[in-house]
Design a protein around this ligand. Structure first.
Ligand code: PPS
Length: 299
């Protein structure tokens, strides 16, 4: 990929993807998960980095505090399917190699795959999986700004075009609707899956840390919970080079938009027109038939 050009989406087993995330398909599918591995799965921009930091702190914050200030989060929590080498952008990132080389116990790993793409060893080993979901309106807005600033993502076009593309799932990693529903259904027959919401994290981070700890079987004192809550506040993470993605080469133009942008619920109101909101809501009702899966677009 030469500078200034953006990758194209293509149909990959029924999901829109770019090649940087499918080139290593065979190796990713053959990944040997271990029983204590923990997988963080999300649709892009749903709170992956936030939850990655929380898990890293829960497991290693007390025993190895150094890693918080010396290893970028994208290396502490490898992004399984990302395969990127772009000398012009000073990028070299091979998620599957990073995962294979991880020496931590447990290994904490990240994926944006829809549920049907997850390597089978995670299921066979009964690994703990944390899925983070974010309401579609804010998710779309966050993804739009990310795609504007990230040269490794397909071009956005105008907001109105992007809005339409989101509704039909022409996004990298496919349809938000399929993603959140697919993972939600998985919860019914796979009990080692913790499904959580970005909006709940915003509303009460400490409570979500408690729930996560219970799911992971960790006992966390109120003091440590409070400490972690402080360490993962938006401004802390935004100002920390190890968590704000300033370490991932220069594919991301922070002058266009920062990675840690607003971290809010409800920013969609600053982007959606009244007509778009109506169209969105009608379409949403058609697609989101499962009444047990409810999102909040305000808190
Ligand atoms: S990625 O690229 O898919 O891994 O992005 P991801 O980390 O999933 O999502 C980025 C959005 O999460 C927000 N974020 C936070 N919000 C509040 N508090 C904290 N600590 C936090 N950390 C990350 C980040 O700002 C992005 O959302 P927007 O709405 O764009 O600000």
């Amino acid at each position: 990929m030469s500078s200034g050009t953006r990758p194209e989406l293509y149909d990959f087993h029924g999901v829109q993807m770019t090649r940087s995330y499918t080139d290593m398909w065979e190796r990713v599918q053959g990944f040997q998960a271990r029983p204590d591995d923990i997988l963080i799965a999300t649709y892009p921009k749903a709170g992956t980095t936030w939850v990655s930091c929380i898990l890293d702190l829960l497991y290693f914050g007390q025993t190895d505090p150094e890693r918080q200030t010396s290893i970028p989060i994208h290396d502490r929590v490898p992004f399984l399917e990302m395969n990127m080498s772009n000398p012009e952008k000073d990028i070299k990132y091979f998620g599957i190699d990073l995962a294979d080389k991880l020496t931590t116990k447990p290994r904490i790993l990240k994926t944006h795959y829809p549920v049907q793409f997850v390597p089978k060893s995670f299921w066979e080993q009964n690994c703990k999986i944390v899925y983070v979901a974010r309401n579609a309106k804010d998710n779309m807005v966050s993804y739009y700004h990310f795609d504007r600033m990230n040269q490794l993502q397909p071009a956005t076009g105008e907001w109105s075009d992007y809005f339409q593309r989101f509704l039909v799932g022409k996004m990298n990693w496919g349809s938000w609707y399929d993603h959140v529903n697919g993972w939600w259904q998985k919860k019914r027959n796979y009990s080692n899956l913790h499904y959580m919401f970005f909006e709940d994290l915003v509303e009460n981070t400490g409570l979500e840390i408690d729930k996560l700890s219970r799911f992971l079987g960790l006992s966390v004192t109120p003091e440590i919970r409070q400490q972690i809550t402080g360490q993962v506040q938006f401004d802390q993470m935004k100002n920390n080079a190890m968590t704000n993605y300033s370490t991932l080469g220069d594919a991301m133009d922070f002058k266009v938009s920062p990675f840690m942008r607003k971290g809010k619920v409800g920013d969609w109101k600053n982007h959606f027109t009244v007509a778009q909101n109506e169209e969105f809501d009608q379409d949403y009702e058609q697609k989101m038939k499962d009444a047990t899966l409810q999102f909040r677009t305000v808190v």
